[in-house]
Each structure stands twice: as C-alpha cells, then as structure tokens.
Design a protein around this ligand. Structure first.
Ligand code: SF4
Length: 353
C-alpha cells in the first residue's frame, strides 16, 4: 500500500481520485469502483502498490504491439481490480476481483526479475494499469534506468493527470476499444458511462509526442459489429492519430457473462479491415485468428508482405536495416528494428517470482 499521487482534496473533506475517468469521490473508509484505492486516515491509498497477481513472459506481438521493437520479450504484470466491468472479460478472475491479493514485490524487484528473464521491456497488462498508475510509474522509471522499455495495454479511460504521469516512463500503449467505442455498447456491456474520455486520453498521449500508439477494437458479434460505428472510429483515428497508426480488429471469444454469444465470424473482421483500408489507414490487422493473412504487415505502396506472422511469431522479415520495404524502398513506420536476439529464445515463459 502507498499514498496515491493522483488525488484531490475536496472542500467538504472527501477525496476525488484522479487516476481514471470514473473520478470516484470517496469519504474515509470508502473504496473506489476499481477496488484498489481507498481513503485511509484522510489520504487516498493505492492498495495494490507492490502487489502483483499475474506475471508472464510474452512476445510483444501478444499485447498486441506490431510496430514497436518487433520480436521483443516482454515481462508482463497485472494486479487485481479494474475501472471497467466488461461482461466478456477474459481476465475476469483478476479484473473483477474486489479483494486485493497477490505477491508482494518492490519496483526494483520487478525490474530485477524482468532482467533475469532476459526481458526487453515490461508490460502493464491483464487488468487496467491506470488504476495502479503510481506503482507502474515507479516500476517504469526503474526499468528505464536499466535500459528496458515500458508498455501499457489499457482501456484508455484515463485523466489528464494520469496521462501526464505516463509521460514520465511510458514508451508504447495499446488502447483497447470494445464494440467500436460505441456509447450504448460500452454502457451496456462494460459499465462505462461515456466513451469521450478515451478519445481525450488518446489526444493527450498523442500530444506527449513520446509514446507509440496502437489501437485495438474488440468486435463482438450480434451486439458490437456495427459497421457505421466502425467507420466512425477509423475516421477519428485517421484524423486525430494519423493514417500510419496500427489498428487491430480482434476476434471475440465467448467468455464470462457473455458466453452465450458466438465467436466473431471471420468475415465480419474482414469487413472491418476493409472499412479501415477504405478510409485510408495504412496498417490494419485482424487479431485472434491464427494464420490469417491480415496478421501480416503489407507495404502500403507496393503491397509486398514486409512482415509475415503466424500468430505471435514473425516468420519472415522483408525490410532493410532502416525498415524500408525490400521491394520498393518505402519506409515502414516501425520503432526499432527486428529484435533478432530475443527471437533466438522462447518468448513464452512461466515466471516464478
Ligand atoms: S482508479 Fe479506481 S478509485 Fe480511482 S477513479 Fe478510477 S475507479 Fe475510481
């Protein structure tokens, strides 16, 4: 547990949490919606500071992050709790648990363990990292001192204060839209009152100018595959984040309270892919469909498959040392080259702390 740096004392004695856009206003003894922030002794405390409940070594492509240090090995951690309550969450055991549990570990120990496992970077993932922002920041700053990079996998439901904190340590973020970020979908299936803060957060992260951004959209069949809202989302991405922003349409798999739905038809994902390309986005992917041709990166100028993937594996790399297409010389916007050293060893690993 540690005192939160993302808190505002209201004149009436209550405290407003500034970590995420839910903006919980809490009195003494009350716990926020996420279950990990509580007012104790007149101060907002982060209950999961230094308590990790999920740790794995993953390929960076699993986040998914395709255009930042491809091939890297990522030491991935999460805590309990979440600012959303998605009815289809695949990590619901972690995210919807309202009991703080896990292994005690300091930021220095997280980084030491990551280095012992030969990680290239650290991901804050599995549950929403903005709810444990101060812990992520302290791990992240320590990680950067040791030459590691930091990745968030986030719902983007943040605040200007937490985005400012991201600027202290974050290198890459994948923001996960669900159901095209459509308001009614998010209200009904994720318990989110308004998607506007997600868009505000992305604009603020863009303005930091130091964080690589990728976007995912979980396409949920029957209730979240509205092509008009998909088109609206990709138009916003094009306008505000740029046509080179990687966008991933992810296949939904039935889980938790929405296990009565079917998995997203592949044709629906391909339709979303087509819409994004029609709207001018250069790097569009289909995710959670092993071996699909749209797992590959294609050169927007000549159509060559410049990076071929099978699932999270990179099976061919057709870019030169400056990330130019070997066929036509077009520059492909990828931060860092292929991490060939990390590809020599397994990128999936159970981690024992
Ligand atoms: S981080 Fe938790 S306590 Fe803070 S505003 Fe969000 S849900 Fe509420």
């Amino acid at each position: 547990m540690q005192k939160s740096d993302l808190a505002y004392n209201l004149p009436d004695g209550r405290i407003k949490c500034l970590a995420c856009a839910r903006g919980c206003i809490l009195s003494e003894g009350q716990v926020g919606f996420c279950g990990v922030r509580k007012v104790i002794g007149g101060r907002l405390q982060l209950l999961v500071y230094g308590i990790v409940d999920a740790v794995h070594m993953d390929p960076i492509e699993k986040k998914p992050v395709m255009h930042y240090r491809p091939g890297s090995r990522i030491f991935s951690i999460g805590t309990t709790g979440c600012s959303w309550m998605c009815m289809y969450c695949q990590n619901f055991d972690l995210s919807q648990r309202r009991k703080v549990e896990g292994q005690s570990i300091t930021p220095q120990e997280v980084v030491k363990a990551a280095m012992e496992y030969n990680a290239d970077g650290i991901a804050f993932t599995y549950n929403e990292p903005t709810i444990f922002m101060e812990f992520a920041r302290d791990v992240g700053i320590e990680a950067k001192k040791k030459g590691l990079f930091n990745v968030f996998v986030s719902n983007g439901y943040a605040t200007p204060e937490s985005v400012k904190m991201m600027g202290d340590f974050l290198d890459s973020i994948t923001v996960d839209f669900k159901g095209n970020g459509e308001r009614n979908f998010l209200r009904k299936y994720a318990g989110v009152p308004d998607p506007k803060p997600i868009f505000n957060t992305l604009e603020q992260i863009r303005d930091l100018g130091t964080v690589h951004i990728e976007i995912t959209d979980l396409v949920v069949p029957e209730v979240g595959d509205n092509v008009d809202s998909a088109r609206a989302l990709v138009r916003w991405i094009y306008r505000e984040l740029g046509r080179d922003t990687p966008v991933h349409f992810l296949r939904f798999h039935p889980d938790y309270k929405m296990n009565w739905l079917r998995a997203t038809p592949i044709s629906t994902l391909e339709e979303h892919w087509k819409i994004a390309k029609e709207e001018g986005l250069n790097y569009v992917y289909v995710g959670n469909v092993h071996g699909h041709k749209y797992e590959n990166t294609y050169c927007p100028k000549c159509g060559t498959a410049v990076i071929e993937r099978k699932g999270f594996d990179i099976v061919s790399w057709n870019l030169d040392e400056s990330n130019r297409c070997l066929n036509c010389g077009n520059q492909i916007p990828i931060v860092g080259g292929l991490n060939r050293e990390s590809l020599k060893i397994s990128r999936f690993h159970e981690v024992n702390l």
